[in-house]
Design a protein around this ligand. Sequence first.
Ligand SMILES: Nc1ncnc2c1ncn2[C@@H]1O[C@H](COP(=O)(O)OP(=O)(O)OP(=O)(O)O)[C@@H](O)[C@H]1O
Ligand SMILES: [Mg+2]
Length: 380
Amino acid sequence: MHDKRTPAIHAFEDGQQFRLLVQSVVDYAIYMLDPDGYICNWNEGGRRIKGYDDEEIIGQHFSRFYVPADRDAGEPQYGLRMARENGRYEKEGWRLRKDGSRFWASVVIDPIVIDGQLIGYAKVTRDVTERHESTLRLAEAQHALLQAKKIEAIGKLTLGLSHDFNNLLGVIVNSLDLISAHRDDEKRVTRLVEGALRAADRGTLLTRQLLSFARGQALAPEVLDINELVLGMKDVLLRACGVGIEIDLSLATDLPSVRVDRTQLEAALLNLVINSRDSFADKGRITVATGLADRRPPEIESSVEDFVCVCVVDNGPGMSEDVVQQAVQPFFTTKEVGRGSGLGLSQAHGFAAQSGGYLHIDSEPDQGTRVTMYFPALED
Ligand SMILES: Nc1ncnc2c1ncn2[C@@H]1O[C@H](COP(=O)(O)OP(=O)(O)OP(=O)(O)O)[C@@H](O)[C@H]1O
Ligand SMILES: [Mg+2]
């Protein structure tokens, strides 16, 4: 059918329709602002969301909807400037209703430019308080969950440590009992004393680890010869391993000195050897080797050229890739409650890093394990 309306009628009707459209939007407050931010016009949504009547708002500056802190900080002017400069401005924040209550608003400001001249701004505001609150509630719930998990982890740790210490004390008390009952059986007494000493060593190591974990390790570095330190520890290492396990030392000659904390290095070595021992079902072979690093660990950002390394190698069951990834994290353990607290590798790793070095784990299932600590070599 032929349309008899003139273009003027079209324009009028289109304009009318458009106004009707804007007016009937009730979920969005739509305003037109003049170039200085004074409100020229707004829609039903604006009246509904903000609670004002036309005569209270038309001609007012739009900053009256902002909370005082944002108004004082110049947020309204900043929004207009950003819209002018970038062609659009989007932001979320608190706004005020007529009755003084706050709502969380999502705001978009677009500049209106005709023939290159700014004639005002279109501003669209949406009340997204519900969404905002549910986001906050979700964050709160996540925080609470994290807190609960931490408490659970501390509970597990305390449980594990109490078991550990109980076991160790049990070994010591039993040994002393048996010693006093069999004073004359020299061989038996020697074995019992060794067992008790082993348990006491383990207890000492455990407290040392807990202390250094709690304090973040205050180191007392000194210049030392790693070979000498390893040799001096041989008896302790042998005792830690017990029967069925062989320990070899393979020490490189002419090694440069290093500057590290002696007690921490001893604890780290003992940790690595005990880890190897624990991985064996019954028998196994452990090698403690020293040397100059043949390649510089790529992870290290340091001007040092040479690194002295000490590594503990075993022919045990090795670790899965997943375990290797997590092994140095504090409290990560695959051992049952009371058999490990997950602090050994974390101590060795933290100590090596704090000494300007690095710890590297090489391990695959059924291929054994090699854990290497690198320390910067001293020049002279
Ligand atoms: N030589 C190894 N062979 C196989 N798995 C190992 C070896 N060393 C470490 N792991 C794995 O890495 C985990 C973490 O070792 P870490 O020394 O940090 O803690 P832990 O030995 O479990 O407990 P803790 O040392 O505090 O008594 C171990 O539980 C084990 O699964
Ligand atoms: Mg360990």
